[in-house]
Design a protein around this ligand. Sequence first.
Ligand SMILES: [Zn+2]
Length: 388
Amino acid sequence: MKKLLAVILSLLLIFTLAACGEKKEEKPIEPQGWYTEGEIKITEKQVKEIVNGKFTTPKNVIVIIGDGMGPNDITLAEEHAEGVYDFGLVLNQIKNCGFATTHSANADVTDSAASGTALATGVKTNNGYIGKDPNGNDLLNMAELARAAGKKVGIITDEVISGATPTAFTVHNISRSNTAELVNSMIKFKPDVLMGKDYNSVFMVLGEEERTIFDNEYLVAKDFKRFKEVLDTDKKCEKPFLGFLDGYSSIPTYNLANCAEVAFNRLKNDKGFFLMIESSGTDKYGHGNDIQGKLNSVVTLDRTVAAALKFMEQNPDTLLVITSDHETGGVKLKDENTKYLSDLLTVNEHTATPVRVFAVGKGSEYFKGKTVDNTDIAKFLFDVISKK
Ligand SMILES: [Zn+2]
């Protein structure tokens, strides 16, 4: 009897192995480095399932920053922005959320350099400083920490890569205005994925050494339309990818989310990745007195959150944090005196209003119902990144 059982088991094993072998051969090679251009399709049920799902120890960390996105932007966007999902903003489905204070080392009202540095390093600094403490010393940032932990690094902004937010996460400079130095440092740092606007603003300021790196080591797509074509030439994702979103303003809301999809595809690896994505319209339109543009930019960010959640559906070893570096525009909510939506923008500069923090993934309940400082967000993520 035992012999018969053994024979049956061995036969089963042989069949199983043969079946596995066959499957392996039949399976098409996983396409990498490509992306599906188009709307991010997600349902309310799917969002709820992902947000309330089970997560494992995070290997990947995604930080999405709405530059200048205040709490009232989010409240108003649900009602007045274009392209909100029929169930409302994805953001508002995230239960682990709270607030963060944003003041800098030398001012109650921060700029994007000091708050970017606080979010990227966990240390308060002076307005205008990029990745340096108030004494001018370099601070370890999240991208450097992730790289030291063997992870890949991605930086995406829908503005220029020399902007305060992307640079605060990767490089160091005493002034956010030293654009050429910032671009050169960024090119030398070589994030595995780097995306931003304006090819010329990068190309024209490169030093000799950085030009050589740019020409020989990067995979460059000069505009968004060329992403697919260029990405298809490096399916193994070996080269750092530098993609320019030129023509971006005329293309749809979901394109920042599509950029995120490109990044997920290229960054995914055994050791994990760190990815920072900046949606900048909430600041730009706040300065520009354009409330509709500001609220629509919340949707641009919201689509990116949807793309991140869809990635997390397949990759539960991911932690997602969404926040803002500061509020811009002093946006107030509607009351009985509100005639026009534009009346809700009360100033055209930054304010000290605390910003929202949303988090999904293992450990994200840390933020639930709490007001933390923006440096606490960085400290929390430093722990996560250095653990695995
Ligand atoms: Zn600003």
